[in-house]
Design a protein around this ligand. Sequence first.
Ligand SMILES: [Zn+2]
Length: 630
Amino acid sequence: MSARALASALHMLGLGLVLVRINHGQKRPTYSGWGKDSLGVIRTPEDAHRELTLDGREWNVGVLLGPSGLLSLDIDRDDLAREEFAKHGLDLDAMIAVHPHPTQAKGKKLWYRLPDDLDLPGVRAFQLPNPDNVDPITGQPRPMTIFELRASPRDGSKSVQDAAPGSLHPEPEYRHGDAHPHPRYYIWSADGAPTTREDIPEAPQALLDLYQVLRPSPDLAPRPTARRRSVIALPTRSGARANSSARYAAWARQHVNLCEIMARYRAVDSSGQCKCTHPDHPDAQGSMHVWRDHATCFGTKCRRNDGRRHTEDAISVTMRFEGLTFLEAVAHLNGGNLPTEEQLPTEWDEPVREEALDAARVRNAQTDWTALVDAAHRALLDQGSDQALQVMDYLYSRGFTDETILAAKLGVVDTSVPDSLLPLNSKGAPSRTWRGRLVIPNLRPDGTAMDVAGRTMQPKPTDSRKARWYRKYAIPTRPGGYGVPPYGLAQLSRRPVLVVEGQLDALSVRQALPTSNVLGIAGIGNLNPEHVSGLAGHRAYLLLDPDTDHDAGGAAARSAIDALHAAGAEVYLVPKLVSTTDDLNDCLVGMGQDDFAELLTTCVKAAQHLPAPRPAAAQLLAQPQRRRWI
Ligand SMILES: [Zn+2]
C-alpha cells in the first residue's frame, strides 16, 4: 500500500488533475500501454484506491499533463534558462518564487494552468550547443537541454506525464555519517501545496509564446545506445604495447590539468569541490575534491570494491564521460593523437603489484563463512538496528516468511557484526561495503556456508554495469572452482531440479514448493562447468527470468542447454508464468504463496522437453554434404 502516494493523489484529484499510476521508485510508468484506453489512469478517488493498491504493491503517482490542462516547465540549467527567459520578458526567479511547485532534491517543475480552449501538442525543448561535449565524428558540439516546456493533447491521444508529490524518487539521499541512504520523495515546495485549482498559476502569455517558437523535444526520439566507434587513429597493437599505461598516466599527470578536464563534465566550485563521478554515488553535496593531477571522493559511503576511496585522473574521467578506451582517451586529451616518444616522460612509476598479490593470498585463505552467516542471522533476528529493521521489512515486502528466513539463515551485516568477520578486500582489509547488506548464505546440509552473497538495500540498478556492485559475493577458493557455486548446490538430491535464475527468485520457489530441489544461478548464460557437472544425470527444469531470451534458440540458453545435454542431463524449459516482465519473486508477492505454488506446479508440468540431438543426426549435420543421390 502506498499511503503517501494515495494521500497525494486524492489531494491532486481535488485540484482537478488527471493522474497516472507509476512504478514505485520510478519517474515514469514502465508497464506497457500506460495511458492508452485509460490503463493506469486515475480520474476519481475510486480509481486512485484501485490503481495505487494494485497487486498489493507500492506505486508512485504522476500527473497526466494534457488531460489535466497543465503546461509543465522543467528546468535543467537555471543559469542559462534565466538568460533565455529574460530575452522573452520573463523573470524566471520571480516565476519560481511565487510558484507552489513540486520539487525534489535537484530539480523543479513549475506547473501552469492552460486556458480551457488551448490544446498543446507535445514537449518543446530549448537547447544550446555544448562546447564541452563535441562529437568526435562530426566535430560538432552536441546539444544540451536547458529547459523543457512539457504538454500533451487534452484528449490523451498522446501521454506525457510528470512524476508528482508523494512519489518515491529513483535516487536515495545520502546523508553524512548515516550508514544507509534515505528514501527521497517528491514533495511540494516549502511554501506549501496548492489547496484549490486556482492556486496553480495560469500560464503567462509570454510562456505560451515561447512554447510556439521552440522545437519538439529530441528526448522523445529513441536514443542511440550503441557505443560509438572511435575515429582516432591508433597505432598498431605492438606499437601501443611498447608504452605502458603507467607511462601515459604519468604524462597526463604532468601535461593535463584535471581541473580543466573535470569542469567539462562537472560544475567544480572555487574550492575545487564537485559532485562525485562514481556512477553508484548520487552525490548531492559535492564530495569529490579535484586537484591538478587527481580527484578523490571523500563521501563516507563511496568506496571502490577493494575498500579504497574512489579516485580519478584525467584519463579515467575522459574514458568515463566520453565512452573511450584508455588509449583513445589519452589521444583525446592530446588533441587527437597519442603523445610522441619525445613528449612522454623518461621516468615514471610503474604500479606496485607485489602488495596486491599478498593481499589476495590472505583473502583466499578465508574459506569459512559460517561465523559471518551466524552473526548476520542473529543480527537480523535481534532487530536491534535500523539496518536490521530495513532488511526485515524488505524480506517481508518480498513475500518471504519467517520459516524461509530461518531455514535459509538470512541475515544482515549491521553494526553488531564485527569487522573481523567481514570478507576481506583485495588489500586484505575487511570490506566495509558489506555493511548494511542482506546476507544470503549458500548452505551445506550441515548448516555451514559454502559461500555468501550480499545484496544492498538500494534499488536494483537498471544499468547492468552497476550490477557487480549491487550484489557482492564472498567465495572460498576451491581447486577447480569457477566463481560462485550455484545456490543450493550442496543440498541437491537426485529428484528433478528446478534451475532458477536469480537468488531471491530461487528462494521464492523453494518457499512455495518446500519439498522441491531448487538450484539458483546468476543467469543461464553464466552456467559454468561446475554447475553443469552438478546437474549431470538430473532432470533439469529451467525457469528463466522474463528478461532472458525465452526462446530456447537464444544463443546463451542454447549453449547452456547443449552443455547440460552433453553432461547427460534431461532438459525441460518451463513456460513463462505470466505474460508480464514480473520475475518469480514479483509473482510470489503479487499472487500470494498458495496461488504462486499452484501456478508454478502447473507451469512445471507444462514444461517443454528439449531432447538432446541424436549423435548420428548431429554428426550428419556437422559434416558438409559430400554425396548426392540424384
Ligand atoms: Zn563518491
